[in-house]
Design a protein around this ligand. Sequence first.
Ligand SMILES: NC(=O)c1ccc[n+]([C@@H]2O[C@H](COP(=O)([O-])OP(=O)(O)OC[C@H]3O[C@@H](n4cnc5c(N)ncnc54)[C@H](OP(=O)(O)O)[C@@H]3O)[C@@H](O)[C@H]2O)c1
Length: 338
Amino acid sequence: MRNNNRQWILKKRPVGNIDLSDLELIESDIPEPEEGEALLRNVYLSLDPTNRIWMSDMDQYMPPVALGEIMRGGVVGKIIKSHTSDLVEGSFVSSFTCGWQDYAVVKPNEVSLLPQNSSLPLTAYMSAAGLTGFTAYFGLLDITNPKKDETVVISTAAGAVGSIAGQIAKIKGCRVVGITGTEEKCRWLSQDLKFDGTINYKKQNVLEELKKQCPEGIDVYFDNTGGAILDAVLTLINLNARISLCGLISIYNNKKPTPGPFMYQNILMKRVKVEGFIVSDFMDQFPKALEDLTQWILEGKIQYKVDVQNGLEHALKALNKLFTGENTGKLILQVSDE
Ligand SMILES: NC(=O)c1ccc[n+]([C@@H]2O[C@H](COP(=O)([O-])OP(=O)(O)OC[C@H]3O[C@@H](n4cnc5c(N)ncnc54)[C@H](OP(=O)(O)O)[C@@H]3O)[C@@H](O)[C@H]2O)c1
């Protein structure tokens, strides 16, 4: 156990790709909880594409991280000292207020208790049975309502959210085509996750491959990228198709505002429903999603990968893997032992 606290502070807003000098790691004393509070030791830090959004001051879905503030991030941590009967020492919780640091003082209403003695590993609550899984679950089921035998296309299909969304579409009896950036990821999708088709967008022409692999057109698109992949999908979109706009990773590092989709016209011609969402919109339904996802994981219907990097000091270097495609599955940083 460390005898001091380390905190990543946002020093300047990234321009383009995140630079290692945009944040600074500082040291301070471990904070002391007061009456009604507890001390959380950060065990796993979730590294997410949205960290890049929060570092910027673009118009976004929650306030950006202010300059000089601790970097925001979801964590799973352990309560190691408590002055409240609501948080028992030794229990594991998830928290959104701890951020990129070793320790944080938390109040009971700032954390969610994780299922104790669960048959799932702790990292599952950061991936398939956590916000990642919930994003896939609501983004696919609520926004697009996929029907049996429909063709569903997923971008960043081997990533944390995409891989779960594709498997939920398979559970619903859909034909699923996944788009990703390496041959190894394509193999995992087709051999292990039983996707019906895969496209390596870095090696193949996405539009030509979609034409071959989606002969009946595209009924549902789970969009994690925007950009050129979205345009290829829009070109082949079916009448009354649904597009779940989950993320736009292809533009997060752009220095200038990005022009809209070239094939925007097809949203009109094909009466397509396009809906953006943020997973927190569905917070009141998280228990139902957790129940379904846990059951599917235990039944072997959903597989997931976690990519666990080590050491708070490596947070920024690890985060950049999301933008180079070097992560496989949910990118997590282990900050301390469980
Ligand atoms: N709406 C919400 O509430 C919500 C919640 C969570 C996540 N999201 C969004 O969901 C998407 C996926 O997030 P995640 O956490 O699951 O990350 P992830 O897919 O595990 O990792 C990001 C992946 O994006 C791909 N990528 C990077 N740059 C790209 C580019 N320029 N063009 C195409 N693909 C690129 C890379 O995979 P390849 O090898 O395939 O290139 C990389 O591995 C992101 O857009 C994120 O913002 C939304």
